[in-house]
Write a protein that binds this ligand. Structure first.
Ligand SMILES: [Zn+2]
Length: 359
């Protein structure tokens, strides 16, 4: 020890570190990563700017990228090298805005980044994905987006013809009616029948997705599609033709899922038995069935639970003991705070786990 006082200085990350850390984080988060993701995570590009650009408010995204062209250019190069060293293959994404005049390709660069247009468009898909998932992500990246129209939340009129709107299309920040948006004469097909929707979408050259804002979920939710009447008719005919076949397929899928569930409950039970060898067999079965219930969102359905992870199985047992062998639910019903109620029954849970021979 030299005994010299070294003042603590926050270590500054190099550009290389910032780029590669941003890329890794995005890839981990969303299973694919683009140059845009990296620039946004590095703080060089506000997400709101990307939003506006996608809506066509200004022509070239480069206007809103912060940092010198040298730094941004270097970042893109580091990103490319990172992807190469990870063995990732680039997919060129389509950045398209759908307008009444048709698809409009969005431009990244004008004068500031000559020759880098393609670098901006590169996406890389996680190698961890299965071949099928990889293909579906690539398809999503490269297809043109659907036109989206809205059920208006309050009274609004078309900014061009002044008609009162029952459906609204946003273009350049202005509301348009379906006719002015070039979507006149289309029929609304509500969501619900997946096969019908899929087919009608396929047969309708002109179409849009209809969404509505859900206040409770705080997001836009799909309500149906706008398609031609002819497309709906053709889709209906095809659906009627193969309805029995599809019913059979659905039935088979349901049976397969049921079998899968039975196997999973058994495996979960076996896992619990290993972890708690003195837990009575009927309790084991009940806990396994409860936690493994499809659609329940319980720990048995979590990713760790499905892999029969010991911690997940233990959590399932603890939850079961809490509800079945303690006064926890009673305390909650009396208005106790969750944290307090949990603390109050902790000793009792440990006693039972001990008795069941927790490993
Ligand atoms: Zn109009």
């Amino acid at each position: 020890m030299s005994g010299i006082f070294v003042p603590y200085a926050k270590p500054k990350l190099t550009l290389e570190e910032r780029v590669t850390m941003s890329a890794e984080a995005a890839l981990e988060d969303q299973q694919h990563v683009s140059a845009l993701d990296v620039l946004m995570r590095m703080g060089l590009l506000p997400p709101s700017a990307v939003d506006m650009w996608r809506k066509g408010r200004f022509p070239f995204l480069e206007e809103r990228i912060q940092g010198s062209p040298e730094k941004v250019g270097r970042s893109l190069e580091i990103f490319r090298q990172w992807a190469e060293s990870r063995g990732l293959q680039p997919v060129e994404a389509r950045y398209v805005r759908t307008t009444r005049e048709g698809d409009q390709e969005l431009q990244f660069t004008d004068v500031r980044y000559p020759g880098l247009e393609q670098a901006f468009r590169s996406h890389y898909v996680s190698p961890k994905l299965s071949e099928r998932r990889k293909q579906s992500v690539e398809k999503k990246i490269t297809k043109s987006p659907e036109r989206v129209v809205f059920f208006p939340k309050r009274d609004a009129v078309c900014s061009e013809c002044g008609v009162e709107l029952d459906l609204l299309s946003m273009e350049g920040g202005q509301p348009l009616c379906m006719a002015c948006a070039g979507l006149g004469g289309l029929e609304f097909l509500p969501s619900g029948d997946t096969a019908l929707t899929r087919r009608a979408t396929k047969y309708s050259e002109k179409r849009a997705v209809v969404v509505e804002f859900s206040r409770s979920r705080k997001r836009y939710e799909r309500q149906g599609i706008l398609v031609t009447e002819a497309a709906i008719r053709q889709a209906e005919e095809e659906c009627a033709d193969d309805a029995p076949e599809r019913a059979l397929q659905r039935e088979r899928a349901a049976v397969a899922r049921q079998k899968e569930d039975v196997v999973f409950v058994e495996e979960m039970g076996a896992k619990i038995h290993v972890l708690f060898p003195r837990c009575p067999q009927d309790e084991v079965r009940e806990i396994a069935r409860h936690t493994a219930l499809r659609g329940s969102g319980r720990v048995g359905r979590s990713e760790a639970g499905r892999k029969l992870d010991s911690k997940a199985a233990t959590l399932a047992v603890i939850a079961a003991v809490r509800h079945r062998h303690t006064k926890y639910d009673e305390l909650l019903a009396k208005g106790a705070d969750r944290v307090d109620a949990r603390a109050a029954v902790q000793a009792r849970i440990e006693e039972i786990l001990d008795r069941w021979g927790m490993l």
